[in-house]
Ligand binder design. Sequence first.
Ligand SMILES: Nc1ncnc2c1ncn2[C@@H]1O[C@H](COP(=O)(O)OP(=O)(O)O)[C@@H](O)[C@H]1O
Ligand SMILES: [Mg+2]
Length: 218
Amino acid sequence: MVLRAVRRGSAEDRDDSRDSHGGQSRIKAARFPARKTLEEFDFAFQASLRRETVLHLGQLDFLAGKENIVLLGPPGTGKTHLAIALGIRACLAGHRVAFKTATEWVALLTDAQRQGRLDTELDRLQRVPLLIVDEVGYIPFDPQAANLMFMLVSRRYERASLIVTSNKPFSAWGEIFGDEVTAAAMIDRLVHHAEILALKGDSYRLKDRDLARPPVEN
Ligand SMILES: Nc1ncnc2c1ncn2[C@@H]1O[C@H](COP(=O)(O)OP(=O)(O)O)[C@@H](O)[C@H]1O
Ligand SMILES: [Mg+2]
């Protein structure tokens, strides 16, 4: 075990020395749905966020501290953009990242459980310093899915970072997870060491449209 850890460490060091090449391969491996950067983010449009707070997160101290980031807000306010941008920063700084929607994480874990290797999978994921869980709340979880999500969060608690995005406030998570107790236990672990960013306002997707009020997505 110790030897394996040492060898893995040295492989990562070599990766770092390959600078941008290693970064690009980590970005590919992370499977981001798009490429977004912090530089492209328009802080004037998203006035509910302090630029300094986000730029500080971009320094990635949260990864070293095994802390989480939770991005909450209505559709189109930039949650996925910021999650990707921070993930790409992490890749370029030499960290492995994996991006999936909450539904996709649950599918992955369900599959592992069916094959009797849930524990192995959670162990493997724990060695990835940053997992991004996008779109918690778009689709409600059945009890099995809720339990797998809880396991993912509690396994990583104080061990490795998560970035989670949701269009629903924490007060609605009981409904999403179909169980107030599971939701409360998960939120508790998720936010104990975390930066919570609440995004507000209209959808950036509709900003150039001449619409008085965007229709409610989802
Ligand atoms: N403040 C912003 N500055 C620049 N682009 C933004 C901003 N907010 C959102 N966008 C862009 O608008 C689109 C929707 O944002 P996204 O992050 O997917 O929203 P959400 O995940 O909150 O629904 C994306 O193309 C994103 O890059
Ligand atoms: Mg999104």
